[in-house]
Design a protein around this ligand. Structure first.
Ligand code: HEC
Ligand code: HEC
Ligand code: HEC
Ligand code: HEC
Ligand code: HEC
Ligand code: HEC
Ligand code: HEC
Length: 384
């Protein structure tokens, strides 16, 4: 089966036990998988003429369940660069008339899910990760099941994590897939946040991914979006090429964003904040329909949306206001924060490039009577 120098006697025993198990599974799975394989493209012989053998062979790659390729490259035999697909077609493993999309190109882009990294992946592992010392990892198989994937449910057969951080048997809504690794993972990187916390329905504000939004007054929304719409992670994290394969695989834009978004301050332009302007009307924002000083800040002072708004949610403030930002310091009275004063009204305490707001109030001049609390945050600014 395998080069003898690689395996000792004990290993040989393990491998033959594995082989028997494999045969057993083979018969169970052949039956399971035969019923409704029309909707399961990997079980459809008009796609994969050799059936199981299009992917498995007697003498497979080392340390795989008899696959033709290592796990890292395996899916690219049929979903990779055109030369790989052509090669696979020549073996008869893939039907000649199939036009597969090049997913490999997505992972060659500057920003992508890092499937090339060595991972400590094993089936039945616990996600979100509980061991903070384990490296972060992600593979195709984390998001697509090799046997059960279907055209109308590309994450069929994958388990999820719900908003409370509990396991779910299937991915019922897309974010449950993402929460496997971007919520309560003990090994989250220092510059990454727990998305289940940011999208929590109990927060003062959040983009409507997990539940519909808190604000019923969002005049900039572009039809057919309304304040009761739900959106997905992949409305913002997706292929930058709308004609290429869909999904959060890779993008030429940082953070795998589907459209350009300038995180740092700089001159305003349609393309600078293209991502936001695809759902929020630019004329409405710059026309100051809600916040009367949008134009002043964005166009005249060249401030990015990100300096004031968090694209996910805020555990502290209304309107996605997030002042935990490298360019925002406490005001001269030592306060940093935002107080919501009802529809289209609020006040800010901060110092931004020498501009002191202590507070700055909108829509009108400072009023002492309407004040309802102290600023929500006066922490020292951190990295963003
Ligand atoms: C599209 C390619 C593909 C096809 C077609 C396919 N398999 Fe698999 N199979 C895989 C991959 C990939 C894995 C390994 C996942 C891993 O361990 O990383 C696997 C794993 C297995 C395993 C080990 C247990 C498991 O599910 O991980 C068995 C048994 C198996 N396949 C049997 C079959 C049988 C029987 C068929 C035909 C009815 C079949 N496979 C068709 C790709 C395929
Ligand atoms: C031997 C060829 C082959 C291999 C290997 C293979 N696939 Fe596929 N896959 C196909 C074909 C053919 C289709 C059907 C294409 C279609 O419906 O447009 C498909 C469909 C899919 C789909 C659904 C696409 C859609 O547009 O609905 C996903 C997702 C997918 N495969 C993921 C994977 C992953 C992940 C792997 C590796 C574990 C893999 N495939 C390995 C041939 C293969
Ligand atoms: C409205 C658009 C939008 C939606 C919806 C959205 N994101 Fe983001 N996301 C962004 C932007 C813009 C950035 C970059 C700016 C930043 O990091 O704050 C980002 C950054 C990230 C990052 C990297 C930095 C960090 O904050 O950890 C991750 C991971 C991420 N998003 C995951 C998700 C997941 C998972 C979902 C769904 C549960 C999601 N995003 C929904 C726009 C969005
Ligand atoms: C895919 C569509 C989509 C994209 C892209 C998008 N938004 Fe939104 N946004 C919405 C929807 C829908 C609402 C309404 C939610 C509600 O009613 O609270 C909303 C609401 C908001 C709110 C008001 C929230 C509140 O509670 O007052 C702000 C602020 C906001 N978005 C900023 C942004 C910024 C900044 C970007 C770019 C980084 C962006 N949005 C990108 C769909 C989107
Ligand atoms: C982080 C999760 C994730 C990873 C990793 C991932 N995918 Fe996907 N993929 C998705 C999601 C989500 C979609 C569905 C997008 C949609 O339909 O909006 C998708 C869609 C697809 C499609 C259908 C594309 C289309 O245009 O309809 C194929 C094929 C596919 N993935 C293959 C792969 C292969 C092959 C790999 C590994 C090389 C991979 N994916 C890695 C999440 C992932
Ligand atoms: C199996 C784990 C896993 C799953 C599932 C997963 N991701 Fe990721 N994702 C990662 C890893 C690992 C990285 C690399 C950065 C890191 O370690 O956080 C990453 C990076 C990202 C980034 C770029 C972060 C940055 O700093 O620029 C975004 C955006 C993202 N993922 C969104 C998503 C979305 C949306 C989904 C669901 C459709 C998803 N991910 C599902 C593991 C995963
Ligand atoms: C100086 C801080 C600041 C900047 C920069 C900023 N906003 Fe706002 N934005 C606010 C405040 C404050 C509100 C809340 C207005 C209210 O009380 O209703 C708001 C409200 C919103 C709303 C919800 C109401 C509506 O108009 O539909 C959206 C959407 C929005 N902003 C998008 C953006 C986008 C997109 C950008 C970048 C192009 C941006 N904002 C830049 C402070 C800012």
């Amino acid at each position: 089966m395998l080069p003898a120098r690689k395996i000792g006697h004990g290993n040989m025993m393990k491998i033959s036990a594995k082989f028997l198990l494999f045969l057993l599974f083979f018969f169970i799975i052949t039956n399971l998988y035969a019923d409704s394989n029309k909707t399961k493209p990997h079980g459809d012989k008009s796609n994969l003429p050799k059936g199981c053998a299009s992917c498995h062979k007697g003498h497979g790659e080392y340390n795989t369940p008899m696959l033709h390729e290592s796990r890292k490259l395996f899916c690219f035999r049929c979903h990779g660069h055109s030369q790989n697909i052509e090669k696979t077609k020549k073996t008869g493993d893939l039907a000649m008339d199939i036009q597969e999309k090049d997913l490999q190109g997505e992972f060659d882009k500057a920003y992508h899910h890092p499937i090339e990294k060595d991972s400590v992946h094993h089936f039945g592992e616990t996600l979100p990760e509980v061991d903070p010392s384990l490296p972060r990892h992600v593979t195709c198989a984390d998001c697509h099941h090799h046997h059960y994937v279907s055209n109308d449910n590309k994450t069929a057969g994958i388990k999820g994590t719900n908003r409370q951080g509990m396991k779910t048997e299937t991915v019922n809504v897309q974010y449950e897939l993402c929460f496997n690794c971007h919520s309560y993972s003990a090994n989250l990187l220092a510059d990454q946040t727990n998305k289940a916390e940011l999208f929590d329905a109990a927060n003062p504000s959040f983009h409507p991914v997990v539940s519909s939004g808190k604000n019923s007054d969002v005049p900039s929304l572009i039809y057919p979006l309304t304040t009761s719409s739900l959106i997905k992670c992949t409305d913002c994290h997706n292929n930058d090429d709308p004609l290429g394969p869909k999904g959060p695989h890779g993008s030429k834009y940082e953070h795998i964003l589907s459209k350009h978004f300038n995180i740092s301050d700089g001159p305003e332009g349609i393309s600078e904040y293209e991502l936001c302007y695809s759902c929020h009307n630019r004329n409405s924002i710059l026309g100051n329909e809600s916040f009367p000083f949008h134009d002043l800040h964005i166009v005249i002072s060249n401030i990015s949306c990100r300096t004031c708004h968090n694209p996910h949610g805020s555990t502290q403030n209304a309107h996605l206001i997030d002042l935990d930002n490298i360019s925002i310091w406490p005001s001269k009275s030592g306060q940093r924060g935002f107080i919501d004063l009802g529809p289209r009204a609020g006040e800010c305490y901060l110092n931004c490039h020498g501009k002191d707001h202590d507070p700055a109030v909108y829509p009108s001049k400072p009023s002492t009577s309407s004040k309802t609390g102290t600023p929500s945050s006066s922490r020292h600014p951190s990295h963003r």
